[in-house]
Write a protein that binds this ligand. Structure first.
Ligand code: ATR
Length: 287
């Protein structure tokens, strides 16, 4: 029987998840489908019922449903529990399990692009304190980062995030600051990670002087549209190491694919190029 999976969100037409999963279904010659279903909040329950009845084997959950879906699952994984959000659901023993693979995707992307990125890391600056930041803070705590400084435009949002994750951070010091304090923290920082929405559509931070970072610092941006964000371009200009964010989107998809179709798929250059071409095509159509 053909296994059917989905991504649900509202809106959903921009999602690149169908491209990723269809590529892997074809590559592994599987009998499966993966469709994007535009799901307004009032229809979320219906989708869960369709998974219960066996119409679907599971799927991905994206904005704005990640938190609401958490409460509709029968069981949730430790990652999902800590984030109180799910982006992947699958069935086990007739129960719907909610999982969160964002942190996995973030780590797997850096592991692939910059092997050893996490060796001897003392201080990490995380820019932003929004929805996307949460899984990244947790992932960095799980890799035993010594010190994470969350710098955000609105200081109280950074503080609230640090308070929420303090209880998980046995070996990690969590500090906060205003984004204007970047130059103060930069001189002994090993990695800068942008988790904010700045960078989308070529937007940039007003004043962020990357020159105050050590020459060995790594600059990573989870924004992947454009793939070379102004922040990454600025880092390249002064010869800092960089890592782009497209791989996070690709890698976060892999654990769900394995749960539904039984194969752990590879994130290869061909897939990255395929998704990048689609992103560029959308951009060109808009221009
Ligand atoms: P998401 O859920 O996609 O992460 P979000 O929760 O709205 O989106 O968070 C967006 C992040 O980008 C926040 O950290 C936001 O800062 P504030 O907490 O001050 O709102 C940050 N952000 C958005 N636009 C920004 C800008 N122009 N300059 C600096 N930070 C910005």
């Amino acid at each position: 029987m053909t296994k059917k999976a989905f991504v649900i969100g509202h809106p959903i037409s921009h999602s690149k998840s169908p491209t990723i999963h269809k590529y892997w279904i074809a590559k592994h010659q599987l009998s499966g489908t993966y469709e994007a279903i535009n799901t307004p909040p009032e229809k979320l329950n219906e989708i869960f019922n369709d998974v219960r009845s066996g119409q679907y084997i599971g799927g991905n959950i994206t904005l704005p449903h990640k938190q609401a879906a958490f409460f509709l699952c029968d069981l949730t994984t430790p990652e999902a529990k800590k984030l109180k959000a799910v982006n992947t659901i699958f069935k086990k023993n007739n129960q719907i399990i909610g999982h969160n693979t964002d942190g996995y995707g973030f780590l797997a992307n850096l592991d692939q692009q910059i092997p050893d990125w996490d060796k001897n890391i003392k201080k990490i600056i995380v820019l932003g304190a929004g929805g996307a930041t949460r899984a990244i803070i947790l992932a960095l705590i799980n890799r035993n980062a010594n010190e994470i400084i969350i710098l955000n435009r609105t200081l109280k949002n950074a503080k609230s995030l640090a308070n929420q994750f303090e209880k998980f951070s046995k070996n990690t010091r969590l500090n906060t600051g205003h984004i204007e304090d970047f130059a103060k923290h930069a001189p002994n920082t090993d990695i800068v990670i942008n988790t904010s929405s700045v960078g989308l559509n070529n937007t940039s931070f007003d004043e962020l002087d990357l020159k105050s970072l050590p020459k060995t610092a790594l600059v990573h941006d989870i924004v992947y549209s454009p793939i070379n964000t102004p922040l990454l371009n600025a880092a390249k200009t002064i010869n800092l190491k960089t890592a782009d964010g497209l791989g996070m989107l690709l890698h976060q998809a892999a654990p769900g694919f394995e749960k539904w179709f039984g194969v752990f798929p590879e994130v290869n250059k061909e897939l990255k190029k395929l998704v990048l071409n689609e992103l560029n095509a959308v951009k060109n159509n808009k221009n």
